[in-house]
Design a binder for this molecule. Structure first.
Ligand SMILES: O=C(O)CCC(=O)C(=O)O
Length: 289
């Protein structure tokens, strides 16, 4: 008899997700779950500090400042463009990111929604949203607008803040039940120069907006057709977050966006990608010995 793999979510949580198009999992991850990803982010911040020093844009690398403040303070006296040169979101291939993307607590939750054959989609972003950079806010959109032609259903976004996220430093806002909508016609936003896909006010309809402040290590899972946005950062700290994505293995791997990886498989556990596979951009484990 075939074993049913049902993951970690309760029936109530699964029903909520199916009905509303999203679910919040408060405090899904603890400090040790996110230590690796924070280390990767710190590594990148140190590299940036080094470059800013070399270009004489700063006089102090602020090495002793806390994770939550350092990047914001490095750019405090600089222009938005100095920051945006490094990109508004990052997709480096550092071990800490694989560590998070393959975290069993995340994959267990995803398994409840799509089953146990799980592919980690190539689109993952680290978002260092710093104060006073307008491009940090993300307009209303459907994630699906970034891969309109991909035959990958469903793609589930797992959004995780590494600091407490709220309306002051920039949290997610969602329109529940909009995941049942078709892909809406979007335009490219022009006000902050990000080129983000955006929906116009009149496309948002009458659906209420739910604002989702969450603590560090919590996760918000949502369907890639669900309308969402994020507010600007009006605090003095960095709103650090990651957005990861998962889909069933029998869907389009969206290779045009990069190499995703097999994150869990009960049918072929020997093919699950290791860190070495991921670093080498191999979607599945290859025994090279
Ligand atoms: O992190 C944010 O501020 C926005 C994230 C988002 O829009 C997404 O993950 O699709």
């Amino acid at each position: 008899m075939e074993t049913i793999h049902s993951g970690s979510l309760s029936k109530e949580q699964i029903d909520f997700y199916k009905e509303e198009g999203y679910i919040v999992l408060p405090n899904l991850l603890n400090e040790s779950d996110i230590a690796g990803v924070k280390e990767a982010m710190n590594q990148k911040v140190s590299q940036i500090a080094e470059e800013l020093m070399k270009s004489s844009l700063i006089e102090d690398k602020l090495e002793d400042r806390p994770f939550k403040y350092r990047l914001a303070e490095l750019f405090a006296d600089l222009q938005a463009d100095d920051f945006l040169k490094y990109g508004r979101s990052w997709r480096d291939r550092l071990p800490g990111y694989y560590d998070l993307m393959s975290n069993a607590k995340i994959i267990d939750a995803v398994e409840s929604l799509i089953g146990g054959e799980i592919f980690s989609n190539p689109v993952y972003n680290v978002r260092p949203k710093i104060p006073k950079v307008a491009a940090g806010a993300v307009p209303w959109h459907q994630d699906k607008s970034y891969w309109p032609d991909a035959n990958a259903n469903p793609v589930i976004t797992v959004w995780i803040p590494l600091v407490d996220a709220n309306e002051v430093n920039g949290c997610l806002c969602i329109k529940p039940k909009t995941h049942r909508k078709r892909l809406l016609k979007w335009h490219q936003e022009t006000t902050t120069g990000t080129g983000y896909t955006a929906l116009s006010e009149k496309q948002l309809g009458k659906t209420e907006t739910v604002v989702l402040p969450v603590s560090a290590g919590s996760a918000i899972l949502f369907n890639d057709r669900c309308l969402h946005m994020s507010t600007p950062n009006n605090s003095d700290e960095v709103r650090w977050s990651v957005d990861l994505r998962y889909q069933p293995t029998d869907q389009d791997p969206m290779a045009a966006h990069g190499a995703g990886f097999l994150a869990r498989s009960y049918n072929h556990p020997e093919r699950v990608a290791t860190l070495e596979d991921w670093l080498a951009e191999r979607p599945e484990h290859e025994n090279l010995s």
